[in-house]
Design a protein around this ligand. Structure first.
Ligand SMILES: Nc1nc2c(ncn2[C@@H]2O[C@H](COP(=O)(O)OP(=O)(O)O)[C@@H](O)[C@H]2O)c(=O)[nH]1
Ligand SMILES: [Mg+2]
Ligand SMILES: [Zn+2]
Length: 308
């Protein structure tokens, strides 16, 4: 057997993976013994570091998937089984993209994304796009509460290019995923960051329509300097339903900090006396919208998809 080569999975589609190594990009398949009895999606994903057995014609087989430092995954139900589909491995950063207007921002959806990224232990920052339409002051009024909590927020415009340099700065050397509702300007921003890539823009619903239930291409786009942007449809469908009760506390970082001060250690922060979280809400130390998102996620499981 030839020597194994280490590489990065930069693209997956319909049963093959493109793996970038120091000696080029190899079109690979998973070694049968790895695949045995398992769905492909839970074995290898873009962002994975793998060992391949390379052939001279630039094909190869993936012999081993190296341990991951983080995963975005979702629960999928097959006819006879359920499995964790890995959407993206080893992400270093999630940029959560919203627009200050057109469409109006859904902060509840943003809070859900933040739960997903906190749970996956992936640092998140918030990109507020379209400030050419609403002005930075109005955008700040809506989003500065996230800066108060501790998240970094960038105010940008894909249209004028304002703030795009700062996005680039944060991307350097990392695998970053952009996530957000459709129409906020994710593709437009990627086009700004990666000239020449020319993603389709403006087709509202392109992510939820075309290809959502068919085979999806997932890929990493290499940045001219260093680092990758992940284009992974499906991040916003990550399930939250399996988050149990108080586990949620940890993912609202300003709530997590107060939980030790509640009178009861099984406090649900909804009605109990001596609740430090409710006290903070009353004193406006916790934003009422964030508290509302918390309660809805914890107690209102039925309407999770209402605003998507
Ligand atoms: N005025 C303005 N329009 C933008 C901006 N960014 C994107 N758009 C427009 O918003 C629409 C949706 O953008 P797109 O990049 O497709 O959003 P995506 O669905 O998040 O990928 C398109 O018509 C874009 O031209 C911006 O910064 N300012
Ligand atoms: Mg798009
Ligand atoms: Zn409490």
């Amino acid at each position: 057997m030839t020597e194994l080569l280490q590489g990065l999975v930069i693209r997956t589609q319909a049963g093959y993976q493109d793996v970038k190594t120091e000696s080029g990009i190899y079109r690979c398949r998973l070694r049968g013994r790895l695949r045995k009895g398992r769905a492909e999606g839970d074995l290898v994903a873009v962002g994975d570091q793998v060992l391949i057995d390379p052939l001279p014609d630039m094909t190869g087989s993936i012999e081993e998937v190296l341990p991951r430092k983080s995963v975005f995954s979702r629960q999928l139900s097959g006819v006879n089984y359920e499995y964790q589909q890995i959407i993206l491995a080893n992400a270093d950063l999630a940029m959560l993209v919203f627009s200050c207007t057109s469409p109006e921002p859904s902060l509840r959806m943003l809070d859900r994304f933040l739960v997903v990224t906190e749970r996956a232990h992936i640092p998140a920052m918030i990109i507020v796009n379209k400030i050419d339409l609403c002005g930075i002051e109005k955008a700040r009024e809506v989003f500065s509460l996230y800066e108060d909590i501790g998240y970094e927020v960038l105010y940008v415009s894909a249209e004028t290019g304002e703030g795009v340099e700062e996005i680039r700065f944060h991307l350097a050397g990392k695998i970053t995923t952009l996530a957000g509702p459709s129409g906020v300007g994710k593709s437009s921003l990627i086009n700004q960051i990666l000239p020449g890539i020319e993603l389709e823009t403006g087709d509202v619903g392109q992510e939820s329509g075309r290809g959502r239930h068919t085979t999806q291409v997932r890929q990493l786009f290499e940045l001219p300097e260093s680092g990758y942007i992940a284009d992974v449809p499906g991040l916003r469908t990550l399930a939250l339903w399996d988050i149990q009760g108080e586990e949620l506390d940890a993912y609202f970082i300003e709530i997590a900090a107060l939980v030790p001060y509640c009178q009861f250690n099984d406090c649900s922060h909804s009605h109990e006396p001596g609740c430090a979280v409710r006290k903070a809400v009353a004193q406006e130390d916790i934003h009422p919208g964030r508290y509302d998102s918390y309660l809805k996620l914890r107690f209102g499981s039925d309407d999770l998809e209402e605003d998507e």
